[in-house]
Ligand binder design. Structure first.
Ligand SMILES: [Zn+2]
Length: 212
């Protein structure tokens, strides 16, 4: 089964995933374009700061990639999430987590679910970073994993119309959730054709924005 995971084949890129709230998609869109107010980006925009070092680890500059992925505080959370999803020998990079590749060889729906989990992870790492910086609240890795599991289940199970996802499976054997081929293909086919149209429109709008 490991050959199907992590999703890596068929570069069907997207900036939208209807299994999670729009705000998470917007967050990912911004993260990929480095449009999050991390210290390095604020500095580039002329904000007067005492330091641009990561406020969590103080090891290096706080870039988007660092705070969401490379920072020791983020990395330990990603490791826990990857372990929960069947354990990988090594973590991918920032782009693997956020570029939205789907593995359509295994299961489109499954890859979409896995992407939703990854995006939820990034979203909650960012939320945690803000709470730590502005409210000095703590967020331990076990707490983080628990929040990601609960939140992603709440979002995905509710929105996934073509498949009933049990909490027990989600928690203990999520791979079984995404590798189940018993799906209603008509629904997926119609979903993807609507989805492709949406994506084409989004890209067109973005090009228009850039050119104006
Ligand atoms: Zn850091």
């Amino acid at each position: 089964m490991s050959h199907c995971f992590p999703p890596s084949a068929n570069n069907v890129s997207t900036q939208k995933n209807n299994l999670i709230p729009k705000k998470v998609g917007v967050f990912v869109w911004r993260a990929k374009r480095k449009r999050l107010p991390v210290l390095v980006e604020l500095d580039k925009r002329g904000v007067d700061l005492n330091s641009v070092r990561c406020p969590l680890c103080d090891d290096t500059l706080e870039s988007v990639e660092h705070t969401l992925f490379s920072c020791v505080h983020a990395k330990v959370v990603w490791e826990k999430v990857y372990n929960w999803w069947g354990n990988l020998t090594s973590l991918g990079g920032f782009d693997d987590a956020f570029d939205g590749k789907f593995n359509t060889q295994a299961s489109i729906l499954g890859a979409k679910i896995w992407q939703a989990v990854q995006w939820t992870t990034g979203y909650l790492i960012w939320k945690n970073r803000n709470q730590k910086v502005f409210k000095n609240s703590s967020w331990s890795p076990p707490m983080a994993l628990n929040e990601i599991q609960v939140k992603s289940y709440d979002w995905v199970a509710k929105r996934c119309k073509s498949k009933k996802i049990e909490w027990h499976d989600w928690l203990n054997n999520p791979i079984s959730v995404i590798l189940n081929r018993n799906q209603r293909h008509e629904i997926l086919t119609s979903y993807w054709s609507a989805y492709d149209n949406d994506m084409a429109q989004m890209e067109l709008n973005e090009q228009r924005c850039i050119s104006c």
